[in-house]
Write a protein that binds this ligand. Structure first.
Ligand SMILES: *Cc1c(COP(=O)(O)O)cnc(C)c1O
Length: 384
């Protein structure tokens, strides 16, 4: 609904708030129904004129969620998955044996573990590079072999920012596709497809839903084509499809996406600036701080804020970091991110002994509570 019947265009905030302005033709309801049906009626002439056959391929409840993500990302088509991991792995599972991929050193841990472990059993080879350095990306590309460059920006859990336009230019010159995990940036702050990427992925479990009560993932394509249809077939064959209730909750969550992300970004910047001055803090990793190494790229690429995610390294090592986390009360000690409630975690404990994450690092997901309350809670935890 970028245009209504009068031809006017609407800002993404308006499109999200009204979830594309959907109104049920029959009942005039302004909230869409949930379709739990796993199967659809075949016409007497043996055709499926509805276009729907079975729930492992598609569900009518997906339509609004997928169309809304497509609109917010400025893409051609979107697909909803059972989780962010289901969405991301569907891209890799759609490659062919012998394909080469380039992935970032700093990226969501579970996905990197899968790509560099079980994933490679499916026949692709992965090179791991510093994705924030375009020269390293160019050097890692194998002409005629590299099929995919995977980008995550800002990247979990150090929040370094990759120049999507630059990496896309390098990848496209070699005939490779670019997929951006934009979970932490959200379409509010970064539009990877407008920067030149081919696909954008979200763990919709995080900001898109925003309430820590749905597992889902999305992929959006700048243009449809053979590879996109392979991904669609993978989703249906593997069964990595979301449930209808999840799709419905996701639409509800996305109606407030802009308010939530902007509030979290504003508080995260205030918290980062405060912690940067704190004597017990060694360093603060946040793309919005001018002292942050990839801040210049972030300032150019991100629009209207730097996100709700930051990490801090605590003086005194792992023990001190764990102690600070143990002493907060408003912040909740839990993994995940992007919910309305603020979360804190000792990241290395979650990732395990092989984790490259500094042992003194705490990851903070800033919610929409009052920033002053969040800062006061951190201050009392750091003071002890
Ligand atoms: C959580 C997360 C994922 C995985 O998503 P799930 O919904 O947990 O499967 C992928 N990438 C990033 C950046 C994430 O934060």
């Amino acid at each position: 609904m970028r245009h209504d019947s009068t031809g006017r265009t609407f800002a993404p905030e308006s499109i999200a708030a009204q979830a594309l302005g959907w109104v049920d033709a029959e009942t005039r309801a302004i909230v869409s129904p949930i379709h739990p049906s796993t199967t659809f009626l075949r016409d007497p002439d043996n055709q499926y004129r509805s276009g729907r056959v079975y729930g492992r391929s598609d569900n009518p409840t997906f339509d609004q969620a997928e169309a809304l993500v497509t609109s917010l990302e400025g893409g051609a088509s979107s697909m909803l998955f059972a989780s962010g991991m289901a969405a991301a792995t569907a891209v890799f599972l759609s490659l062919s044996p012998g394909d080469h991929v380039v992935v970032p050193e700093v990226m969501y841990w579970s996905l990197r573990s899968w790509i560099c472990g079980p994933g490679e059993r499916f026949g692709f080879r992965a090179s791991v590079v510093d994705m924030t350095n375009p020269e390293k990306v160019a050097a890692a590309i194998e002409p005629d072999k590299t099929r995919l460059v995977w980008v995550e920006t800002p990247a979990n859990p150090l929040w370094c920012v990759t120049d999507i336009a630059e990496v896309s230019r390098i990848a496209h010159a070699a005939g490779a596709l670019v997929c951006v995990d934009s979970t932490s940036a959200t379409p509010v702050l970064t539009r990877p497809l407008a920067c030149g990427a081919d696909f954008v992925m979200h763990s919709a479990t995080k900001y898109l839903n925003g309430h820590s009560d749905v597992l889902a993932g999305t992929l959006t394509a700048a243009r449809t084509g053979d590879f996109w249809e392979r991904v669609r077939a993978t989703r249906s064959q593997v069964g990595s499809i979301a449930g209808p209730f999840e799709a419905w909750l996701l639409v509800r969550g996305m109606r407030t996406l802009f308010l939530r992300v902007r509030a979290a970004s504003k508080s995260a910047l205030a918290i980062a600036e405060h912690l940067e001055q704190h004597p017990r803090v060694l360093s603060v990793m946040y793309p919005g701080l001018p002292s942050f190494p990839t801040h210049v790229v972030a300032a150019r690429q991100m629009d209207g804020g730097f996100g709700g995610m930051l990490s801090v390294r605590i003086r005194g090592g792992e023990e001190a970091a764990v102690r600070v986390a143990s002493r907060v009360s408003l912040w909740k000690r839990a993994t995940s991110l992007g919910g309305v409630e603020s979360l804190i975690e000792h990241r290395a404990s979650v990732e395990g002994p092989d984790s490259p994450v500094p042992r003194d690092l705490l990851r903070l997901s800033v919610g929409i509570e009052a920033a002053a309350d969040l800062i006061a809670d951190l201050d009392q935890a750091l003071a002890l």
